[in-house]
Design a protein around this ligand. Structure first.
Ligand code: CMC
Length: 426
């Protein structure tokens, strides 16, 4: 028998269906609520609202579980590559050997960016933020690659194009921002090796591919591949629900990710650690400020809407940092500060009571610094990693039989009807 929820409003009982997810998640289906009762729900920030059904990513925030298409993030980080994980997130299963060869080839075939796009890159003011440039340039792709998303074949091509070219464009923007010659992608390099080469190769100092660094970058991007209905993914779904083209939806996702409470946190964590460093390594002031309700300061890289325990991605990221720094024989004082901050925060009553633990961004900036990524490119690195998630969630929403344009309601709290006062009497 179908389970239902009973709600009593103004003394009258209404029955609403209950929906169960495949991992036992429970939801009350309120689609007919307004029609039946005249009431709507009120949930700013959507903490108790399920906006869709999705078979891509499962998270259990209480237990610290993250799985893509059923596969735990720990297994993917240990055994997979970013290209394989992207395929999994988008297509629902890991690729077989032929499929992997094919996807690698098509990624390479689509890695070049239209030469005319370089003019746009060159025209941004030198100190423009790369996230703004990337968002604008992805939107611009609509004009350069107009065959889009109508047939299955076009959709596949567009997705590959995005995965491959966004990576090229990110490296290109870095080179142009430094006034250096753009390095083109090479078909003999893997996805991640290609990126590192496009970023760091130059005519006077050829870049040597280090397989361990390439592996580390694979893990970094795997950890960002998808995270169900977060702010930028919801932006992608909301914008896409108006049936705008996919480039515009991904561009909106990039813009949403830019914020310091979301993907921009990886840059903010480093700013915070540098400030602490300047303040003679005094972490007590940061902790005190984070707890002060009258101070807008938050401990960056801490807390999460879903995770009420240690973010499983942060655990892997922390290990990755240690491994990489050891391997490169780098002693980063910011890593020591971060560890000290974590230790103190995790024992502090406020952080314990609020279930505030390190999230993926707490250690990711240290990783990115170590591999030579400039600070203002940190969130771009997150964006490249999140692309398969955005693409997959957009595709799922397009195929959803329950699709409707996103259009929340509101509780109006403004003036009630009143007269128009002529200018002379105001
Ligand atoms: N430092 C201090 N207090 C915090 C923090 C923090 N980092 N995060 C949450 N709180 C407190 C907050 O003040 C509130 O306290 P109270 O209930 O006493 O008023 C309580 O915890 C709940 O906070 P909230 O803002 O309702 O929680 P949320 O789920 O809306 O916000 C968050 C989640 C990630 C925006 C927030 O934890 C935050 O601002 N963290 C710092 C920024 C950050 O690291 N963002 C990266 C998130 S992970 C990567 C990604 O997916 O984007």
């Amino acid at each position: 028998m179908e389970k239902t929820a009973k709600i009593i409003i103004d003394g009258k009982t209404y029955e609403l269906p209950i929906i169960l997810g495949s991992e036992g998640e429970k939801a009350i289906d309120i689609r007919t609520l307004r029609q039946k009762t005249g009431y709507i729900t009120y949930d700013p920030g959507y903490g108790s609202t399920g906006s869709c059904k999705s078979s891509i990513t499962y998270m259990d925030g209480e237990k610290g579980i993250l799985r893509h298409r059923g596969i735990p993030i720990e297994k993917l980080a240990a055994h997979s590559t970013f290209v394989e994980t992207s395929y999994l997130v988008i297509n629902g299963q890991l690729p077989n050997e032929d499929e992997l060869v094919n996807i690698r080839e098509t990624l390479n075939d689509n890695s070049l960016v239209h030469e005319d796009m370089q003019i746009f890159f060159q025209s941004f003011p030198r100190n423009s933020h790369p996230m703004g440039i990337l968002s604008a340039m992805v939107n611009t792709m609509r004009s350069f690659y107009p065959d889009l998303d109508t047939t299955e074949e076009e959709i596949d091509k567009t997705m590959i194009r995005l995965l491959s070219k966004v990576r090229t464009m990110a490296a290109m923007s870095y080179k142009i921002s430094r006034g250096h010659k753009v390095v083109y992608p090479r078909s003999d390099y893997s996805y991640c090796a290609n990126f590192l080469n496009m970023m760091f190769d130059n005519p006077v100092k050829p870049y040597k591919i280090d397989s361990e660094l390439v592996r580390a970058l694979n893990v970094f991007w795997i950890l960002h591949a998808d995270h169900e209905q977060n702010c930028s993914t919801s932006a992608v779904r909301v914008v896409g629900s108006g049936r705008v083209n996919v480039y515009a939806t991904i561009s909106a996702g990039i813009a949403a990710l830019w914020g310091p409470l979301h993907g921009g946190a990886n840059q903010s964590v480093i700013h915070m650690l540098m400030d602490i460093q300047k303040n003679d390594g005094d972490i007590t002031t940061a902790i005190k400020k984070a707890k002060d309700k009258n101070d807008p300061f938050r401990l960056m890289g801490f807390g999460h809407r879903v995770y009420k325990t240690y973010d499983p991605r942060a655990k892997i990221m922390k290990k990755l940092c240690h491994k990489l720094l050891k391997r490169l024989k780098i002693d980063d004082p910011l890593l020591h500060l971060a560890m000290k901050l974590e230790k103190v925060a995790l024992k502090d009553e406020y952080f314990v009571d609020h279930n505030l633990y390190p999230n993926v961004d707490f250690y990711s900036g240290i990783f990115l610094r170590t591999i030579g990524i400039p600070l203002n490119m940190f969130t771009v690195m997150f964006a490249i990693g999140r692309l398969p998630g955005w693409i997959s969630q957009w595709k799922e929403s397009m195929d959803d039989p329950h699709w409707r344009i996103s259009r929340p309601r509101q509780i109006y709290s403004g003036e009630t009807k009143r007269g128009y006062i002529p200018l002379s009497k105001r």
